[in-house]
Ligand binder design. Structure first.
Ligand SMILES: Cc1cc2nc3c(=O)[nH]c(=O)nc-3n(C[C@H](O)[C@H](O)[C@H](O)COP(=O)(O)OP(=O)(O)OC[C@H]3O[C@@H](n4cnc5c(N)ncnc54)[C@H](O)[C@@H]3O)c2cc1C
Length: 317
């Protein structure tokens, strides 16, 4: 008979690693499967993780992975998972890596696969993303304080986000790229905060290897800017998660953005299926939040596997 792991954790970012670490320490057998494509690889330094402020995000992953791999209860595999589906009273997991297949079973599954980002279509944006241009205000605004910044945003939350960024600098221009709409009240709030709005179409960012120097509009105007923020749209790619509908275990709830709806302990609407980190609402999307979420969910998974601990279950809800 093939091994049935207690838990399959999919994704080895901070959420999955933290869930895996706490689960192996609960003596649970854990299969941790990861495609090794971290979204934050675009940046050289990550901030705000207590005791690791300024660490390279790849180094943080490496440290976390080594800690998990140090336990006999952990099996860590590199693969892109392309199927997770109910299989009797357990779950079947399938993945591939360079032609090799992973086929496994687990009693429970923790989804920790994070998000995919899509950006406004500016050719040079990727080149500056993670160094001069960032998406996470909480993570990176401190290091941009007081600079002449751009905020490129095509979505409806433009005013709120701009007001937030404006608390770190008094020289902020919001570029809607002719897409995001700002009503009169929004314009008034931004003006009151000293934030300039430019609703013209942006052609590209300007700069070179030494950094970003400006924002170029389609009419040729170039506004000097040393960096700033962009609002990507975030997507949870979960086509591989094939929870049949109707399934005797229940249907899988996702919110309007496609994120997996969970309770405070990371339980989805389907028993035995958990989700942690960025793939769940409501954020904030930060390393330490994802890691903390992983630890909470590990406790819930362990208790649910023991069963009948309703008093403890309530304690983490
Ligand atoms: C450019 C950038 C800079 C950032 N800077 C900071 C910062 O300074 N401070 C901070 O606190 N936060 C920062 N963040 C946010 C932080 O990185 C995320 O909030 C955090 O990594 C989320 O953790 P996670 O474990 O949920 O997902 P991720 O870290 O995204 O990990 C998900 C993992 O799942 C894997 N995966 C996805 N799909 C599959 C699949 N089908 N099969 C197998 N594996 C799969 C991926 O390869 C990846 O390894 C930054 C984000 C970005 C994009």
């Amino acid at each position: 008979m093939p091994v049935v792991h207690d838990v399959a954790v999919i994704g080895a970012g901070p959420a999955g690693l933290s869930a895996a670490l706490n689960l192996v320490r609960a003596k649970r057998t854990v299969l941790l499967v990861d495609a090794n494509r971290p979204r934050n690889a675009a940046t050289l330094r990550s901030h705000g993780f207590l005791t690791r402020d300024g660490i390279s995000p790849l180094e943080l992953r490496k440290l976390g992975r080594a800690e998990v791999e140090g336990y006999d209860e952990a099996t860590v595999v590199q693969a892109v998972v392309d199927l997770v589906a109910p299989d009797g009273d357990a779950w079947r997991l399938h993945g591939t890596w360079r032609g090799a297949e992973v086929d496994a079973r687990a009693r429970t599954v923790v989804v920790a696969t994070g998000l995919r980002e899509e950006f406004p279509a500016l050719p040079m944006l990727r080149a500056f993303y993670g160094t001069a241009v960032h998406s996470c205000v909480e993570c990176d605004a401190y290091d941009k304080a007081g600079e002449p910044l751009a905020f490129i945003c095509e979505t409806d939350d433009v005013v709120e986000r701009a007001l937030l960024i404006g608390t770190w600098t008094d020289d902020l221009i919001v570029y809607t790229n002719g897409v995001a709409e700002i009503d009169d009240a929004g314009h008034a709030r931004l003006a009151a905060a000293g934030i300039v709005v430019d609703e013209r179409v942006v052609e590209d960012l300007e700069g070179d290897r030494s950094g970003m120097t400006g924002v170029r509009l389609v009419d040729g105007h170039v506004e000097p800017r040393s960096g700033g923020f962009v609002r990507p749209t975030w997507h949870a790619d979960l086509d591989w998660l094939q929870v049949d509908t109707p399934d005797p275990r229940g249907t899988l709830d996702r919110d309007a953005s496609g994120l997996l709806v969970v309770d405070r302990a990371g339980r989805t609407s389907v028993p035995g299926l958990y989700a942690v980190g960025d793939v769940t609402p409501p954020g904030p999307e930060q390393l330490i939040v994802a890691a903390g979420h992983g630890a909470v969910t590990a406790a819930a998974v362990h208790r649910d596997l023991v069963g009948g601990l309703t008093d403890l279950r309530d304690a983490v809800q």
